[in-house]
Design a protein around this ligand. Sequence first.
Ligand SMILES: C[S@@+](CC[C@H](N)C(=O)[O-])C[C@H]1O[C@@H](n2cnc3c(N)ncnc32)[C@H](O)[C@@H]1O
Length: 229
Amino acid sequence: MRLSPRLAKIVDLLILPSRVIDVGTDHGYLPIYIAENTASSKIIASDYNKQPCEAALNHIQQAGVEDKVEVRHGSGLSVLNRGEVDQVVIAGMGSRTIIGILEADYDLAQSLERLVLQPMAGSSSLRKWLVDNNFKIIDEALVKEEDKLYQIIVAQPGKMEVKDDFELKIGPILLKKNDELLEDYFNELKDEWQKIINKIAENSPDNQKIEILKRRIKRLEEIELKMER
Ligand SMILES: C[S@@+](CC[C@H](N)C(=O)[O-])C[C@H]1O[C@@H](n2cnc3c(N)ncnc32)[C@H](O)[C@@H]1O
């Protein structure tokens, strides 16, 4: 199985071999790759829709790893018994869905060693939820696929101190780590904020939000300058 850059980066952030579940697996590619390339003792592919479960099972059978990957039909972590896996991947969903999955089975989520989360949108709110709910962000990564930038957040149960909301907005580890895609990421954020400024300014040029966004852009530029030195 050859993985896309996004899925390959997610696998890189797991500590393998391990006991692992891919929640919302859809095609099942990630668990198949883990089965083919690692000696992981338990690999579960789950999805709450029937059709993706069937697709995953087909792919698993085609790859000949049906003795290594188990398909489970159901929502989020509810398909698991406590202590069955050590690591979880929840990828390719919105932050709200990911938060909903973690909230629904919070005690089980708190018993995991490592959570590799790849939200399609709203990563700041996912980070905020994690630190407000006794999860520590221990790693973060950026990956580009077909010109789209994705953020991956690795968490584990535990307390985390953050300086301010800005850190959570950008990513506390991304701010420290010299990711090769950081410049692209910062440019994307600055463009996004500038567009919002322009839009607000059309109707209410005195709106306080403009100043807040300008300050955010300035802060990113200062970080970029420091990194260049
Ligand atoms: C866009 S696909 C992502 C597939 C794969 N994880 C990836 O990143 O390429 C999202 C999948 O998540 C599943 N899904 C959404 N909410 C879910 C939930 N609460 N529990 C399990 N699966 C869920 C959907 O059925 C769908 O197959």
